[in-house]
Design a binder for this molecule. Structure first.
Ligand code: ADE
Length: 246
């Protein structure tokens, strides 16, 4: 069973997301154990103070190092623990990082708040710093949830249908192809004939082509990095030959 610990000043943040749907089921089935810890319980002064004013002055408060260091020391389980610090200064989170993190048996995610952490937390604990995007949130709680959601769904047995994760957007650096379900017609819009054909090979080729088309139009940056097969290059050639690729 993989273990995920979250250290936060606002444990209440996690109640809803962890008790719904797939994350709830993964815990109930004993595939993962997720525990939220209150950072304040590691502050030992009378008022349980976890932040302080910055040396050198300036706006905002800084998270004190001692409660974080004590919490991490007590929650760490030797080599097994991979320490993640959620911060806008971290490496940008991507599907490839989720795939890397799912290999760890124990993640300890530390959520920042205010102006951030005392720098010595980084120096002493050498965490893997991760950002979920180039925008600033009020704290690391939502980023920790985003990261754990992306990681946990990759654990074998967590998703009902094993294929759902394998064919996701980004797994091979492409966006997903378009999906359709019933009804066959809605407000005059039908379903592409090929999907009704029952011809698995044609369907596979069509899906690959539409994934390439969508990536080319919406995320040409991803297409640059993608590993493209001979068939992919042929399909891109077809797309270029068509009018108004969209
Ligand atoms: N804390 C605040 N903003 C963040 C972000 N974009 N990623 C990770 N942690 C954060």
């Amino acid at each position: 069973m993989r273990r995920y610990d979250i250290l936060s000043l606002f444990p209440g943040f996690f109640q809803g997301p962890l008790s719904e749907s797939i994350l709830k089921r993964a815990q109930q089935r004993g595939i993962v154990q997720i525990t939220v810890h209150d950072l304040r319980s590691y502050a030992h002064d009378r008022h349980a103070i976890v932040d302080d004013r910055p040396y050198g002055g300036g706006a905002g408060m800084v998270l004190k190092p001692e409660p974080i260091i004590e919490a991490v020391t007590s929650l760490r389980q030797g080599q097994e623990t991979h320490l993640v610090l959620l911060t806008p200064q971290g490496r940008p989170f991507k599907q490839a990082i989720a795939q890397e993190l799912v290999e760890h048996q124990h993640l300890l995610c530390v959520c920042g708040r205010y102006e951030g952490f005392d720098e010595r937390v980084r120096d002493l604990l050498a965490p893997d710093e991760i950002s979920i995007g180039d925008y600033v949130l009020t704290g690391g709680e939502l980023p920790a949830l985003v990261l754990l959601d992306a990681v946990i769904r990759l654990i074998p047995g967590v998703l009902g249908d094993e294929d759902s994760a394998r064919y996701d957007s980004f797994v091979d650096a492409l966006l997903d192809f378009p999906h359709y379900t019933r009804p066959q017609s809605i407000q005059g819009l039908g379903v592409p004939d090929v999907l009704l054909s029952g011809d698995h090979e044609r369907i596979r080729r069509w899906r690959r082509k539409e994934a390439l088309r969508r990536t080319k139009v919406r995320r040409p940056d991803l297409l640059q990095q993608a590993f493209l097969s001979k068939e992919d290059l042929d399909l891109l050639g077809e797309i270029e030959g068509e009018q108004g690729a969209s």
